[in-house]
Write a protein that binds this ligand. Structure first.
Ligand code: ADP
Length: 409
């Protein structure tokens, strides 16, 4: 190292001076030595000063460079955080250790219809459930999770405390809109309750009839066979409900996709009519058929089920008059209509009949062996084909059910 060499140099010069003074003792020589010594000392002093200056500059340079780098890194992280917060699809905001909201994204402001930026969190007291959560998160400095309801929507809130060297510097609050999830949860609970109710009714009937049969040894043969046929009817109803439920649970699966193959729709409509023709004749109803040929990419089994359901309904809810079935190409769609001159459906019921288990007249539906699931399954199937189903009806005049299926070219 240079400093060590300078020290050695200066020591040598000092030693030589001492030796010269001790052994030679000549004033002029001593003066020259002292001058040389002075010169060397000054040179070394200047070089040390220069080196110190250089070191200082380079150290300062390194510190400045590091600071710049950290600033750049921080800016990068902030930019990433900003773009993440914009595309997150959830609300996010930050409360610092003084309770000030230092950052908030658009989603959180839209959720609660409030401007949060640069406000103290105590100013959002009017958004009571959010305020309570933030207050708790800020005071406890803990990770918290809770679900709240605000303006008829549900949110899940999560708070994460931020610590720097064990010192609390604020909380990060996240809010997810979970309304859809909650609605699905509610729908599922309601559906489970409906299913149990629907199955309990025929089950109780079967239990009751079989108890009577068991108890009464002296029952007449004709009464016995009547009870047995009632038991059979209720068991059949249970079977229909269970098989419809199976169809629904399949259709509800997210990964369930219908296999679509080219089929002549006219064949499907005519096959469905053939299945029910004898029942239509039994009721002496007039049957009008006007169906055009057309090849559609559809699921044959499911579309047959839909058409059968509509014709069965027309038959069940029509006591006299006619049933008309038509199939026509209308530009990019194939339109199927099933019309009847039956009991009709009131205006306010025309939407709800497509809901699961909804029946206008429960007793009549039960008598005809309906599960109350037919139209909801039909709607699901038609929508899965990219089509649409609708009804036009007038009480005591009749109904027209229309299915629109896309024709893929
Ligand atoms: P259901 O098994 O009860 O027939 P659906 O889902 O097929 O179940 O139909 C739901 C309800 O819509 C029926 O209970 C009935 O009240 C009404 N409905 C359906 N089709 C007709 C129709 N053609 N005429 C009158 N009411 C109908």
């Amino acid at each position: 190292m240079n400093i060590r060499r300078d020290i050695i140099n200066i020591t040598i010069v000092y030693l030589m001076t001492i030796l010269y003074v001790v052994f030679i003792q000549e004033i002029f020589g001593i003066a020259i030595f002292i001058l040389v010594l002075y010169g060397v000392t000054i040179t070394i002093y200047i070089s040390i000063q220069q080196k110190l200056g250089e070191d200082k500059e380079s150290t300062l340079g390194v510190v400045l460079q590091k600071l710049n780098q950290t600033k750049k890194e921080n800016e990068e992280t902030y930019k990433h955080f900003l773009s993440l917060s914009k595309t997150l699809g959830s609300g996010v905001f930050m409360v610092n250790d003084e309770g000030m909201i230092t950052f908030s994204n658009k989603d959180i402001e839209n959720y609660f219809d409030i401007d949060l930026n640069q406000k103290n969190y105590k100013e959002i007291v009017e958004v009571t459930p959010l305020y309570r959560f933030v207050d708790k998160a800020y005071l406890t400095e803990e990770t918290l999770k809770n679900q709240i309801k605000y303006n008829e929507r549900y949110y899940e809130l999560i708070s994460k405390p931020i610590f720097e060297k064990d010192i609390f510097t604020g909380s990060l609050i996240l809010a997810h809109d979970i309304t859809q999830l909650k609605t699905a949860e509610k729908f599922q609970k309601r559906f489970t309750a409906d299913v149990s109710h629907e199955l309990r009714t025929p089950l109780s009937a079967i239990k009751g009839f079989s108890e009577i049969l068991n108890r009464d040894d002296e029952m007449k043969e004709e009464d016995k066979s009547e009870f047995i046929s009632l038991i059979q009817k209720e068991a059949d109803r249970m079977e229909i409900i269970l098989s419809d439920l199976l169809v629904i649970s399949k259709l509800d699966r997210i990964d369930y996709e219908l296999e679509l193959l080219p089929v002549n729709i006219k064949d499907i409509i005519e096959e469905s009519i053939t299945v029910l023709k004898s029942k239509i004749n039994e009721k002496s109803l007039e049957l009008n058929i006007n169906v055009e040929d057309c090849t559609l990419a559809i699921n044959k089994v499911k579309v047959t089920q839909v058409i059968l359901n509509l014709i069965k309904n027309a038959l069940n809810y029509t006591d006299e008059g006619y049933i008309s079935i038509s199939g026509k190409i209308d530009q990019k769609f194939y339109i199927i209509t099933v019309s009847d001159s039956g009991i009709g459906i009131a205006k306010d019921k025309q939407d709800v009949i497509f809901k699961r288990f909804y029946r206008v007249d429960k007793a009549r539906s039960r008598d005809t062996g309906g599960s109350g699931l037919g139209l909801s399954i039909s709607k699901n199937v038609v929508l899965k084909h990219g089509g649409d189903i609708s009804v036009e009806s007038e009480l005591n005049k009749g109904s027209v059910f229309t299915i629109k299926l896309p024709i893929e070219k």
